[in-house]
Design a protein around this ligand. Structure first.
Ligand code: F6P
Length: 462
């Protein structure tokens, strides 16, 4: 048992820090960002919080072995093959596909012996987290378990430590029962039962919370057998951080560079995403091409700035998707481009300062996911925008619940409809755009990360 035990614990696959090894064998630490990092900073170091996460790469594993680490973080050295099965095999290739409804169902999924082998690794990986949390938690401590990677942890932890107060938070959408029940019955029951080991299961929107309870009723029968409470906490943008960060020198430099690529007097349709299958970048490009076809007056007067950063490149389907984004952008540029005008400016290298620069100068933000837990880009753009920005928003993004009224809403599969929405957004009078942006920014910052985190802790106490 650890000597000092924690009163508040957070558990997630990806932690707040990662390590890389250089050729001389020196470890270099890199801090991550995101809602959970700023949320946790709200309680301060004196609260005795501990973040339990997994080692993700060789650098992380070496750091654990050398005993290098940071106070308040415990990284688990889960064997690389077990992590690979659990993270890429089950979490990213099955659970992510179910929650975002991404399967091409004539051929997939096929839950076979290989799936069962990977599932056993997923159980082992969840068990490693449950054991570590049980060891580190003080009597009656609060444990906030994050996301689909760790769905089995609440039940496992409850069995080890009935005294703990356990919350689970889903950062993804939840699938409706008709889709969720593609999973083998025992696996579906194990996933739901895993989360129901928590005192409270929370979601980003009411829609995802309702889908979860619908799945519980369909798979496990009426009622929520464990008495688990269901909650909703719609994570908002961190206005203070974003406004300050987006006016630093590196962002100003990126603005100059982007403006040069766009060209004087042209409007910019901006999108910023991880190149994630659910983000619908390809249909976004198709819609832009349709706009240039249907409304030729926009040719030479608009540029689509697509920042599409690499994600999950261990998976072939993600690599293929990224290649298709690149191919289609090139095709549009060769089809419509002129000596002084590049219709699509595509950047594939992750650069946060450039993302903020694009937010600031965007005339239109395109956020058209097939399905998305929340989508913080939709919330961040209005906060940072210099002169107001029209938001074209998918009705399948969680952010739609709060931003739908002042956005131009699209069905993400409707390419022609999205092209019309882009035209409407580009044509919006500047004063209306500015008014809407103000209201969007208000809604987007209603629940900043610190408050989002504190609310969950408070609700767990209730
Ligand atoms: O959307 C849910 C989520 O957990 C995000 O919070 C996060 O950005 C992503 O999925 C996980 O990404 P990765 O696989 O790169 O850790």
């Amino acid at each position: 048992m650890a000597s000092t035990q924690a009163q508040i614990l957070v558990a997630s696959n990806r932690g707040p820090i990662s390590y890389t090894l250089d050729e001389k064998g020196t470890l270099k630490a890199k801090r991550g960002g995101g809602g959970l990092v700023s949320g946790l900073s709200a309680i301060g170091p004196e609260a005795g919080a501990l973040w339990v996460c997994s080692a993700l790469g060789d650098g992380d594993r070496e750091a654990v072995r050398r005993g290098v680490g940071e106070e308040g973080v415990r990284m688990l050295d889960i064997p690389a093959d077990v992590h690979e099965d659990a993270y890429n095999g089950i979490a990213n290739s099955v659970l992510w596909f179910v929650s975002h409804m991404l399967y091409q169902t004539p051929l997939e999924p096929a839950f076979d012996a290989e799936f069962r082998r990977q599932w056993a690794s997923f159980e082992t990986y969840n068990r490693a987290f449950a054991d570590a949390l049980a060891e580190e938690a003080a009597q009656g401590a609060a444990v906030l378990v994050q996301d689909y990677h760790l769905t089995l942890v609440p039940r496992m932890l409850r069995e080890l430590r009935p005294d703990l107060r356990i919350g689970h938070f889903s950062h993804t959408p939840w699938a409706p029962p008709e889709y969720f029940r593609m999973l083998p019955d025992d696996i579906a029951a194990q996933l739901l039962g895993g989360i129901l080991g928590a005192d409270r299961a929370a979601f980003l929107t009411q829609r995802w919370a309702d889908a979860f309870t619908d799945c519980c009723h369909a798979v496990l029968g009426p009622g929520i057998p464990s008495g688990t409470r269901i909650g909703v906490h719609g994570l908002g943008a961190d206005a203070d951080f974003l406004r300050k960060r987006s006016h630093e020198a590196d962002v100003n430099e990126r603005i100059v560079a982007l403006r040069e690529q766009i060209g004087a007097g042209r409007k910019a349709i901006v999108r910023v995403d991880r190149t994630e299958l659910s983000k619908n970048i390809v249909r976004g490009l198709l819609a832009y091409r349709q706009l240039l076809e249907d409304q030729p007056s926009w040719r030479e007067r608009v540029v689509h700035v697509a920042l599409a950063y690499p994600s999950r490149q261990d998976l072939a389907v993600y690599r293929d998707y990224m290649a298709e984004v690149q191919r289609l952008a090139d095709e549009i540029n060769s089809q419509y481009g002129t000596p002084g005008w590049t219709p699509v400016v595509l950047h594939l290298k992750d650069d946060f300062a450039r993302s903020l620069a694009a937010y600031r100068l965007a005339d239109v933000a395109l956020v058209n996911p097939i399905r998305d837990g929340m989508n913080l880009v939709a919330k961040e753009v209005p906060v940072v925008s210099d002169e107001g920005c029209a938001l074209v928003l998918s009705r399948e993004a969680g952010a739609y619940e709060e931003l739908g009224e002042d956005a131009i809403v699209v069905n993400p599969y409707d390419v022609s409809g999205t092209a019309r929405a882009l035209h409407e957004a580009l044509s919006m009078p500047l004063d209306e755009r500015a008014e809407r942006t103000k209201r969007l920014a208000g809604a987007a910052t209603a629940l900043p990360p610190a408050q989002w985190f504190l609310d969950q802790l408070r609700a767990l106490d209730a």
